[in-house]
Design a protein around this ligand. Structure first.
Ligand code: NSP
Length: 222
């Protein structure tokens, strides 16, 4: 198949509108221009804690797929570092929540969050190929990286008390992690059958849709 070596770039061009919708959502633009309503931020904090906890078994399932299916042992090293980052993230959410007076133990997940967590669970199935699952993992991380990095660019007016949050996903190290995930995804997609390629493209679109719904939920729109 022609142009298989950079599938992710091809798909990002094709699905630019939804990708921009996920990475330049009003929730993020409001952080960037300083107009964010703090109740939206607290809602995000509480709901994302639930999502991050649900991401642990998801990433563990990708680690298992890499162990079984990858021809390169460095894939496992990268995925393992992603697991370690989740461990830090969970600790960060707990301390951030106590700073903002958010009681994490009593948070009720919103529908958009439940739907997204259910989607993660579906990708954990052993029937889902490694190339498909790693594409989903890359997309989930890339949306946060691009979104929060945007809040730190020159000209942004992100409130001082939200800068640490933006740094967590907008820092250059996390950017490098996302680029490495994208390289792994591209490498496996290059060897994939047309059937697996169409599944990976659909999964990518689903992730982007869930991310938009997640931001909508945090903005209080649903
Ligand atoms: C909804 C969502 N998407 C992505 C990430 C980044 N792990 C996150 N914490 N939450």
């Amino acid at each position: 198949m022609e142009g298989k070596s950079e599938m992710i770039a091809t798909w990002l061009k094709k699905h630019r509108l939804i990708y921009t919708g996920a990475t330049r959502h009003p929730f993020i633009l409001n952080i960037r221009d300083g107009s964010i309503d703090l109740s939206s931020f607290k809602r995000w904090l509480a709901q994302d804690y639930i999502f991050v906890r649900a991401s642990v078994p998801f990433v563990a399932s990708i680690l298992l797929k890499a162990w079984k299916e990858s021809d390169d042992s460095s894939d496992m090293d990268l995925i393992l570092s992603g697991m370690a980052a989740l461990n830090d993230e969970i600790a960060w959410f707990k301390s951030e929540a106590s700073k903002w007076g958010v009681a994490l133990h009593s948070v009720v997940p919103h529908k958009a969050n439940l739907d997204y967590c259910r989607f993660l669970e579906s990708v954990m199935s052993p029937d889902i190929e490694y190339a498909v699952a790693i594409t989903a993992f890359w997309a989930i991380e890339a949306v946060y990286q691009e979104s929060f990095a945007h809040c730190l660019e020159d000209g942004s007016r992100t409130p001082e008390e939200l800068k640490e949050t933006c740094q967590r996903w907008g820092n250059t190290g996390f950017g490098q992690f996302c680029r490495s995930l994208r390289n792994i995804a591209n490498r496996h997609l290059e060897k994939a059958s047309d059937d697996v390629l169409s599944k990976a493209e659909v999964i990518l679109i689903r992730v982007l849709e869930h991310e938009v719904e997640f931001w909508n939920m945090c903005s209080g729109e649903i």
